[in-house]
Design a protein. Sequence first.
Length: 168
Amino acid sequence: MQLEEINKARYRKCLNRVIVACIIVLVVGSLSISQLLIMLFPNESGSHFFWNLLGVVLTCICIGWVLNKYRTHQAMTEVVYVWELKQTLNRINRKMPKLKAAANEGNIDALQTIHFCYAGSRQLWQLDDNTITMDELAIQQAELDSLAKQFNVELNSKDFKEEVLAQF
């Protein structure tokens, strides 16, 4: 995965549309399916919990299927990119203790991966207007830059390859 420039306004607009559409479909779909099931299979005790749950589950499956089907649509480009970036950053963060240990020993792949993680996190936080922890990120980036200088490594987020995570 490579970092890409994202139009923040377009991203927020598309994300908000996707969220609102999912909420509306979830409410209408789950209520419709559960009411249909209750009508077809009434329960004398009056408990329709499982029919309601089945309506929600079936609607969630449908929403997931539609989102997956239209993930390549032009309107979903930014939303899918951010979603995939978050998944990649989560994989990196799960391995961060091992990555930091390897970086302290001068492992170039670990240094590049951590740099990508910091750059990706910075981009996500700016897109979501979550700048509270930017100062902490700047400190961590300075420490990483110091390590890179110590081991004579030039950091570039474009040099990140997701396959290297397997070695950590």
